[in-house]
Design a protein around this ligand. Sequence first.
Ligand code: AMP
Length: 406
Amino acid sequence: MAKLTVEDLELKGKKVLMRVDFNVPLKEVDGQQEVANDNRIVAALPTIKYVLSHGGRAVLFSHLGRIKSEDDKPALSMKPVAQRLADLLGQPVTFVPAIEGPELEDAINKLEDGQVLIFENTRYADVVDGEVVKRESKNDPALGAYWASLGDIFVNDAFGTAHRSHASNAGIAANIAQTAAGFLMEKEIKFLGGAVENPERPFVAIIGGAKVSDKITIIQNLLEKADKVIVGGGMAYTFAAAKGEKIGNSLFEEDKVELAKQLIADAGDKLVLPVDAVAADKFANDADSYVAEGDIKDGYMGLDIGPKSVELFKSVLADAKTVVWNGPMGVFEMPNFAKGTLAIGEELVKVTEKGATTIVGGGDSTAAVQQLGVADQLSHISTGGGASLEYLEGKTLPGIAAISEK
Ligand code: AMP
């Protein structure tokens, strides 16, 4: 079933509660906090502008950092975010320095059509009078109900927290008539949800990164859904060891070898593993290195996939219609071991040009496509690290489950 989106809502004259992801980095300038990077605020503008231009009265809120004590609060106030939002929107934004109470309620009641306010960091609710109570982060039912009572309808545009059941997403949704996805959330559901639920085939998944243990659930879930699952990065060496190859000092998780053996046996040619590695004598860009096919010499460690693996992976990607990529193929932070990861990024541009839907999730693969300058040539770059992982693991995300069906 399709989810309700902001475009399905009657917005005129309505108090529209909007959960946005304004968890932005801040910096101190002359003793004042300022927004250091406004990408997430810019990304939320289309949904906010849509609500305002359709006569909604927007009540915005977000978490910002982690609040573990009263002392954390001043440096994590939403005030500088409100200022930057006003600049970007080109209209006044009322900042309410509270998360509940008469001041907030009065300000909301004074809003006119097309006006916007933002209230304080939702995680201020996690510490009350110095005590850690996690009313927001543990979804205190009274808090969700209270926030819901402040508005008529709810728009959730914060995918980054969709894998958590918090008062500001699931809590409000449980207590309000309609919850709709904003444009950012809608795009994540369309691409990530589409890939795991109803992909155009062949569907190829590429999973990399350091540890098998972090990505094992994704690999298992995708082996059920995808036509091919390519595994690269540090985790591939546990699979190589499971095949009986020597891996030198490469990353290795002994307690995952049996699982790797079983996956290799069960998946057959659906699981595509590297056939060579760039092996180095130390974990450093200036290491002595060589291309190892099969066994890696004693004293060396695999830090990237080798050229034959790149060609193999490209051939698997060639006729793909849907591609999901999460995790680098090597230690891409070091230029000498970035080639495999960058080659995958370049190949994704080519398959996108040929009509495939290409989806990148996770901080490191996103950094790689940004480093290549090709992020805008792919179909979708997911904004939520943990949320996109859990989506690909096949888990139900509480923040998405809470959005009303059409
Ligand atoms: P993850 O957070 O699991 O996606 O892992 C990302 C990290 O894995 C990056 O910092 C990479 O440098 C690292 N990585 C990828 N391949 C290797 C490798 N062969 N050896 C050690 N670290 C690796």
